[in-house]
Design a protein around this ligand. Sequence first.
Ligand code: PGA
Length: 248
Amino acid sequence: MPAKLVIGNWKMNTRSQSAEALLAALLRDASTNNDQVAIAAPAVYLQRLFAQLQDGAIRLAAQDVSRYAADGAYTGELSAEMLADCGCTYVLVGHSERRQYFAETDAALLSKVCNVMAAGMVPVFCVGETLAQREQGGYLEVIHQQLALLTDIPEGGCVVAYEPVWAIGTGKVASLDQVAEIHDAIKIWCLQNVNASANIRVLYGGSVKADNAAPILATKNVDGVLVGGASLDAEIFKVICQAAGISI
Ligand code: PGA
């Protein structure tokens, strides 16, 4: 079985103490130098969490990045180089919550993906349809449209996360057939359209929990999972990692 990747997305949760405690609980039994597990922590805590990591037992991810690459007058922004400097390995780009609340455009998302890669990190590019789009039946076109900007990225490591919007934080999980259909479609599209697409791993996200992770992870073309709510409980997150064959 190829190595899986499990990323926990803490979103806008935790405080410095609870973030450190959560990471400490994850690290308690972690084997060293494990590049299969990452935590997308709030940006303000990345640096202190990086100091807490030993031997790369868990990797760090950022939840967003500036579309602007160079230092300059962009108040409030965090560049890809700053995030790399704080120890990040991965950066989420185009999460549906950012698309929904911050009206991110494809042009901005393409800049973000390229900035992340140029700074030596791996973008985790999120795609997914809304409930209305699924019910109207045009969901594959929606996914293909969202993927389209990847045709312009340079060669290098990239992760795609399929997260149906209707499954995020709702407790509704896509069926295994639905997951398999979209993951197949994403893999085929990437092979046909993206440079060095053999490197592209495709994660599933949306209400992944301890009790549904194993069958999702066993589905063809699922290279890992992106976990929101369930990543805020160390014991539950560990069960999900174990379902991916990762001893943590
Ligand atoms: P969820 O979130 O697991 O809480 O549904 C997933 C995500 O938004 O990445």
